[in-house]
Design a protein around this ligand. Sequence first.
Ligand SMILES: Cc1ncc(C[n+]2csc(CCOP(=O)(O)OP(=O)(O)O)c2C)c(N)n1
Ligand code: SF4
Ligand code: SF4
Length: 711
Amino acid sequence: MRRPCRTCASARSRSALLDKVDVLGCAAPGATLLLNCRHPPEKVFDALSLPVQEQLIAKGIELHAIDASRIAREAGLPGRINVVLQTCFFAISGVLPREEAIARIKESIAKTYGRRGDEVVARNGAAVDGALAGLHRIALPDAVTTTRALPAPVPAHAPEFVKTVTAEMMAGRGDALPVSALPVDGTYPSGTTAFEKRNISELVAHWDEELCIQCGNCSFVCPHSVIRSKYYDPSHLEGAPAAFKSAALEAPGLPDSRFTLEVYVEDCTGCGLCVEACPISAPGEDPVRKAIDLAQREPLVEAARDSVAFFESLPASDRSRVDFGTVRGTQFLEPLFEFSSACAGCGETPYIKLLSQLFGDRMMVANATGCSSIYGGNLPTTPWTTDAEGRGPAWSNSLFEDNAEFGLGFRLAADGHADLARRRLGELRDAVGGELVDDILAAPQLRESELRAQRERVAELSRRLDGLTGRAVTDLRSVVHHLVRRSVWIVGGDGWAYDIGSGGLDHVLASGRNVNVLVLDTELYSNTGGQMSKATPLGAVAKFAAAGKTVAKKDLALQAIAYGSVYVARVAMGADPQQTLEAFREAEAYDGPSLVIAYSHCIAHGIEMRKGLDQQDRAVASGYWPLVRYDPMARAAGANPFLLDSPRPRIPLADYTDRELRYRTLTTAHPAEAERLHALAAEAVTQRWDLYEEMAARGAHRFPADARKES
Ligand SMILES: Cc1ncc(C[n+]2csc(CCOP(=O)(O)OP(=O)(O)O)c2C)c(N)n1
Ligand code: SF4
Ligand code: SF4
């Protein structure tokens, strides 16, 4: 049995948590509750729900409140509330005499952040002082002051499993579930983040339909799949709620269609990447206001619920009519990876979301352990989901050390099933119809329209099989869906691809099989707190490289190019989203192994996350991260397979690195060593650029031939 908690029942962020989790259930009478909320002290109690007010009064709980987000923001540490809450904890708990505790916190700040420079120390000091000034004891009234009930943990329309199992886990009551409530075979219902509605940010994206030019940049980069677009016939607007917004669609050939860009307000993290990506501002306004900008969530949220519900009732775009070749076109593709719990503004997730939009309805994902496996399968919910027809990616996580092999297994199994299906189809030719069999076997399945046609043929085949019996029929029925081309993706971080799984990855790339590898390169082990990997750049500080890394980053792209049979791309969405899109599509279309290495900004870089895309751009502009594509098909056609997609370096390397704490830390702690490593890093950038430029000018014959394809 759990013991009742006496101190700080909830030194936790966000009063919204009290609406979701029974924090006070285990609080002892007279316990202390520290609440982080944005309400002024006199309104804190009134803002709580009825059951929470009742518990506070019944248990005589000592209530304190602080607006930690505001204090952190004012101290120059937006989003970093740990020092504020730690200060409050010591100020309230009496673990140490108050003055002594504050002095020790400041000492510890100087020790922990000293290497990061005086400014960081001063900001944290300001957060401590702000916390002491902003902490309020809230007197409890004798009686409750509200009738507000707790909101339902998940919407009424949620599936039964979500209501009875997922919601219980969300509410922190998972331990009380019987084992029998869980799926026996380990498969887990997907699409469940859609029921979470975390409401974690006070600021959310807000669309101005009059300013917007419908470029799709904002939805392309949103790490949390919060921004969606649809176009539709105006007749669908009948019955739209008052808050629902739409504009005339900017597209030739569809003059009467309407366009809506819907923000799923309750899922927005306020990361601001969309605002940074938006190219349009309101003319003459100061401060600048973008076509998508951040606004307070509270006044928007109620109306947004109705608006989102109406948006979801609109027909989804017909995939075979969407232009997959442009950023603008892809905004109309439904993401099948949504509302993940990745850090706000994560640099990895926009790539995964894009994969899910392009190939999600026939994708199989082998996910290496790392951030992507955690936000990808973060019990009780998963962001991987299905479309309206119930189709979506198959996803699984094996081990950190065997993910490439695991994904190759997906390919071998899919190929084996497809082969069996084709053989049985041939045997049943007379029974199901020769024309249909020929069409299925000869289908090219590259374009979306071709895939759709193949799906229709396979559906027709299934109907014809319905009336038949026999071994071949049973076999075919069990594998019939493999007649639609599968897209196998092996996904993981640099810790996996460059280090722990590198042997397996090399083996799989050398296998010649049709698999696609996406490396989410954060240049360190993000999920375990930022350890150095072989992708960590020269001179950067990481765990196990506290004095700056003294070995250069491995050029994984060049290693793979050496095989001649691997499609290779290095991309950075923040620098060139169109190149990212093209690389993803070419990689998938290539009948052989493909490797896409994607620059992924991360909290571990010590950047303002809102500027993550800007940092990607600087990485490319400085020549540190050249954008390349290597296409063995071009070599086979007699052209140079190596494309250098980014222009010559146009800013000094320091204009990129100086904006990241992982580099600045060394400059502060060991300036001479920082200078030495920085000079070497700049030299390495120039050397690599010269090599790439030379490669981009070579004739095809100076690259290895793909022996699988050429005689
Ligand atoms: C063999 C093994 N070693 C260590 C771990 C612990 N571990 C889990 S995730 C992770 C870091 C993953 O880093 P990376 O591949 O770069 O992915 P990221 O988190 O950066 O996306 C580590 C070390 C593990 N799961 N298995
Ligand atoms: S603020 Fe961040 S999470 Fe919200 S819509 Fe914009 S990019 Fe997406
Ligand atoms: S630690 Fe980095 S990679 Fe992982 S979720 Fe956060 S921002 Fe994304």
